[in-house]
Design a protein around this ligand. Structure first.
Ligand SMILES: [Zn+2]
Length: 385
């Protein structure tokens, strides 16, 4: 009973804040005179418009990028976040990463950029930073054979690059350099910058680095650093630091070539819990100025969860950078009933002061069922007043 009462009081408080902010937002909109988007072509789209209205997508879309960009532009969207590579495969003409056989005749990133700029849409290339997702088995085998993968407490490896391996860091730095040098992209987004779970990475290299960095006297590995072990807390902080250090390197690499590039990360929603489990210390990344905005994947159909996550994320960010709220109407985590639910989440995000939203993900279904609905009211106002 207490829990129910408590939940209701939290919800009522959230609803009050939401309504107040929503009313304030509406008065701003009213005073702006509902200026429609003019979609005037400019030399380069703004990486982050007045309100970022984005979609995540695969490396290619149906039927083609030009059609997709035209539909997005018609609904006043202004950013796309196509998946362009993991450390084991690239969908563009890479000299650094193995190129997908599907991309030998197509440079999908170049095609996306060309089509996007025609419609004044910004491209934020999304890289799956540490997971070898979609890589060929042969590629994974080479990484495994050379000891570059993460391993768990059972000594089993996972198809993820260990962040303390210098070869891995150099590979990622080269890939970042190539992307920002060769492609006219507005942004770079780091996805999968995390561990697969609390049980990683426990490889011998991480053991050596941890003991060298901290002076810990490990007598039982990995038990001493696992939950209940004497170094559990210290090790967890250390492994978070490895990801923060890696991000720091990659951001410096990108900004050295393109100081204007917009850097972001797609992250899990429950930052404190997920920091402990997956090593993503998002608040630290923001505090250290590594990100231009954060894209939490707030994939849920539960209003209370959605609002609670937003509140805690906003508090952690403390106004340093915009929050571009990820919503998952077509994600594996949840399936929306329809576009009304997405429109409602967009309004809630606005009422919480979000800088924009990113929808997972662009598909033919999204173009058919969601975009026309949003364009009628939710995204009817131009993003660049
Ligand atoms: Zn390791």
């Amino acid at each position: 009973m207490y829990i129910r009462t408590h939940q209701w009081s939290v919800w009522l408080a959230l609803a009050t804040v939401t309504m107040a902010a929503l009313l304030a937002w509406r008065s701003v909109v009213a005073s702006s005179g509902h200026t429609p988007s003019t979609n005037k072509p400019v030399a380069r789209p703004q990486a982050v418009a007045a309100e970022l209205r984005g979609v995540w997508s695969g490396y290619r879309v149906e039927p083609d990028w030009d059609t997709a960009m035209q539909k997005l532009s018609a609904a006043n969207f202004n950013a796309v976040f196509p998946y362009v590579c993991s450390p084991g495969i690239a969908y563009y003409h890479s000299q650094v990463l193995p190129v997908s056989r599907f991309a030998r005749d197509h440079d999908y990133l170049l095609e996306a950029v060309t089509a996007a700029h025609k419609y004044n849409i910004a491209v934020h290339a999304r890289t799956l930073t540490l997971e070898l997702l979609f890589a060929a088995e042969q590629t994974k085998s080479v990484f495994a054979a050379t000891g570059r993968l993460m391993s768990n407490s059972q000594g089993e490896t996972a198809p993820w690059l260990c962040p303390t391996d210098l070869r891995n860091r150099q590979l990622l730095e080269r890939a970042v350099t190539e992307l920002v040098t060769n492609y006219d992209i507005e942004g770079l987004q780091f996805d999968y910058l995390r561990y697969p779970g609390w049980d990683y990475c426990l490889c011998q290299r991480c053991r050596q680095r941890f003991t060298a960095d901290t002076g810990a006297h490990i007598t039982r590995w990995p038990q001493d650093v696992l939950p209940e072990g004497p170094y559990a807390v210290q090790f967890n902080r250390w492994r978070q630091q490895q990801l923060t250090d890696l991000l720091c390197d990659l951001v410096a690499t990108a900004r050295a070539v393109r100081p204007d590039i917009s850097i972001s990360a797609a992250v899990f929603p429950r930052w404190e819990e997920h920091r402990e489990r997956f090593g993503q210390d998002v608040a630290k990344w923001v505090e250290r100025g590594l990100l231009d905005f954060v894209a939490p994947m707030n994939y849920t159909t539960d209003r209370l969860d959605f609002a609670t996550w937003l509140l805690t994320q906003r508090k952690a960010i403390a106004g340093r950078v915009p929050l571009m709220v990820g919503m998952g109407p077509l994600s594996d985590a949840c399936q929306f009933d329809g576009p009304e639910q997405l429109a409602e989440q967009i309004q809630i995000a606005r009422s919480f002061g979000a800088g924009g939203f990113i929808v997972f993900k662009y598909t033919d279904q999204f173009a058919q069922e969601y975009l026309p609905y949003l364009a009628k009211e939710t995204t009817a106002i131009g993003a660049s007043p």
